[in-house]
Write a protein of this length. Structure first.
Length: 451
């Protein structure tokens, strides 16, 4: 793995931190040249807590959750928001999800265990995954999970058997692949036909699966689910999926005289990773989705189902930043400038994996203009190890504190211990207080499982 060649035509933008727009956490502000979030000085925080460090604006997190809830409730009273915990998960965020009245999407036994450890109501848990193990299904069903999103025929049989053994009837959805090609990176596209997820509608495969589900003992088919992909900007794709799904529900009504009452349209709303990105707002997303479902139901004279959406990234990504300390600087004339930080692909794999874009700033020089183009590389033994590729930064010196924005989703949950790197602590910032909600891994943690 190596880095893409540096874009030598790229010019620094001269922006200061507060000019970075939608990538900033809501409470970001600059005082005396230093970046604050949640009223906390990030430079001081980094020096106290050590780096790399994940820091979250708690007000931003709660604000996103409240906005999603209210916005959908106003447009579609019978709706619920399910937080996709794969984006960012620890006990503290689950408690906030519970307090804000959202439901929780877990994609396996481990995420379910985290939810249960803080008493998250199992009835509000939605269990996902294309190959849940029998053990994970047993755990979910015994816990009383609200809905299991069934992804295959084998799984339908397993859920039926396990629920039957316990004398229960499990509420399930079937995950359908609506055949919608979302405009996003191919690795995170999921609704198209060539997908390992769900039941394809081709050759009436999904329709037959629905029939089987309706006739399977110990399960109750409460509704359908689809998820077309992630980091999507074009809202048309969501509208298209909503239409396909409602038409399919109508077909099920005609063929089997069954009116399904719930429709979960998944997550996928994109966010701003760069100052130039202009993702749709939650309001625009809700407008399109709710209208599409209502229009499709009117067309088919279908009773409005309970509508669910499952956002992950758009709830948490811009609430989170990662702080690092600059360790070394290598200016390779005519090639690029490497600014090396004390983390990398172990705390943010997205840059190596997707060549993702991020905006960096120096927290201790936050009011200075970004005057050079740099690559922020990590400390790992891998040439492709970078956190930020070719982006503007202030004049960097060893010891400066780098803040990378928009790292609240799919960074902490995709972190690794590559090169024996302890995973960073997570702190929540609010009202001038920093609360450590996940402590930094210690060396002992790394080898604690070895026998
Ligand atoms: N529901 C289901 C069934 C999903 O698979 C996902 C994400 C979501 C909801 C939430 O989607 P969101 O609102 O966050 O887009 N690692 C990739 C993203 C993978 C997304 C996986 N599924 C990344 O770092 O971009």
């Amino acid at each position: 793995m190596s880095l893409p060649a540096s874009d030598r035509t790229k010019q620094p933008d001269g922006r200061t931190t507060m000019e970075l727009g939608a990538v900033l956490p809501r409470t970001a502000e600059v005082r005396d040249g230093r970046l604050f979030v949640g009223g906390v000085d990030l430079t001081e925080l980094a020096r106290e807590q050590g780096t790399a460090l994940y820091a979250f604006d708690e007000e931003h997190l709660r604000h996103q959750m409240q906005t999603y809830k209210q916005t959908f409730a106003e447009r579609y009273p019978n709706s619920d928001i399910i937080y996709a915990s794969k984006a960012f998960l620890n006990k503290a965020v689950v408690r906030i999800v519970a307090e804000e009245g959202l439901c929780l999407d877990v994609s396996g036994g481990g995420e379910l265990a985290c939810a249960r450890s803080v008493g998250f109501p199992a009835s509000r848990v939605f269990v996902h995954g294309n190959n849940k193990t029998p053990r994970e299904l047993e755990e979910a069903i015994s816990a009383g999970a609200g809905r299991i999103v069934v992804d295959s025929r084998e799984e339908l049989a397993r859920v039926s058997r396990i629920a039957g053994e316990r004398g229960l009837v499990q509420e399930v959805y079937l995950r359908i692949t609506p055949g919608v090609e979302a405009d996003t990176h191919e690795y995170i596209r999921t609704g198209c036909e060539d997908s390992k997820f769900g039941f394809t509608m081709k050759d009436d495969f999904a329709l037959h699966a629905v029939k089987d589900a309706l006739n399977t003992p110990n399960v109750h088919l409460a509704g359908l689910h689809c998820h077309i992909g992630s980091q999507i900007f074009k809202l048309d794709s969501f509208a298209e999926a909503a239409h396909v799904m409602v038409e399919f529900m109508d077909r099920i009504r005609q063929e089997y005289d069954a009116t399904l009452k719930e429709l979960d349209l998944g997550g996928g709303l994109g966010i701003a990773y760069t100052a130039e990105d202009q993702p749709p707002t939650i309001q625009e997303f809700a407008d399109v989705l709710c209208s599409a479902v209502k229009d499709a139901c009117t067309e088919k004279d279908y009773p409005l189902p309970r509508l669910l959406v499952e956002p992950g990234r758009s709830l948490v990504a811009n609430a989170g930043v990662t702080l690092y300390t600059v360790g070394t600087i290598k200016d390779l004339p005519g090639i690029r400038t490497f600014v090396a930080v004390d983390g990398g692909m172990s705390d943010n794999i997205r840059t190596a994996l997707y060549h993702a874009d991020y905006e960096p700033t120096l927290a201790n020089k936050a009011d200075q203009p970004r005057t050079q183009i740099v690559t922020l590389c990590g400390k790992h033994c891998e040439s492709g190890d970078a956190v930020v590729l070719d982006m503007p930064l202030q004049d960097a010196e060893v010891g400066d504190i780098v803040c990378v924005f928009g790292t609240g989703a799919y960074n902490q949950t995709m972190a690794s211990n590559y090169n024996g790197q302890p995973r960073p602590a997570v702190v929540f910032l609010r009202d001038g207080e920093a609360r450590v909600v996940t402590r930094r891994e210690a060396y002992e943690d790394l080898y604690a499982r070895d026998v």
